[in-house]
Design a protein around this ligand. Sequence first.
Ligand SMILES: [Zn+2]
Length: 288
Amino acid sequence: MASKSKRQQAILKRNIFLGSVSLVLIAAIVLIAWVVASGLSDSDTNNQSPTPSQNESTDNTSSEAETKKPLDTTPQPVQLGDFQGDANFTKTILVNNKNPLPQDHDYKANMMVFPSEYKWYSQAEVYRKIDKDIWPYLKAMMDAARADGIDIGIISAWRDYGTQKTLYDAQIKKWKDKGYSEEDAIKEASSRVAVPGTSEHHSGLAVDFNATQTSFENTKAFAWLRENAENYGFIMRYEKEKMDITGGIIYEPWHWRFVGINIAKEMNALDMCYEEYCQYKGIGDYIY
Ligand SMILES: [Zn+2]
């Protein structure tokens, strides 16, 4: 009896052991399957849609549709040096080759002359103009940069239609002088100088800093802007990888555009250019 009972106990122990091993195996398989499935769906989401910024979404389970909010225009005070700004203040105009300014656009409306100490080199007063609503943000940004020892100045801000036409015609002539056909000269010129009526400089919301050369990206000024410009509402408008969307404008590390503080931060977090952002938020009646 004793030995039979021992054998039964041994069998029982073996069955318990095998059962435990099976349960552990099943649990492991379920866990692996779950990890693989969640990993796949995560990368799918990342490929198809931008990840909302951490500031924007406190609920990780909400879908993109739920986190996509319309523009918030409620005033949100923010202190920028001596100036009290509004983090939700924006100017939504979009100007590119598909979206020229309307024929009756008043190019001179809302412009002011900015003080000469903010220019980069000798500039006639007629070209030292900027939208007067965004100037306090631009001034605060440049004052902060200079306080950090950054050498920064404006080489180009607002341009009227006539000035843009002079620049554009000069570019076409340059390429025709090199022996290009009219059609090819226009193509070359258009990727370097915006067609009159389609330059963001017409809006008075964009500025070129220091040098219109790609090497500007290697300067301390550029590094500072990359780090801080969003806190003053500015974005780098023409990124390398967005050329197809921004209207074929070449990479311009020197060209910065005011969009508003909260929008600039959101655009950077979403890695969107302004065309993408306007479409994402349903801003304006633009052609994309
Ligand atoms: Zn520019």
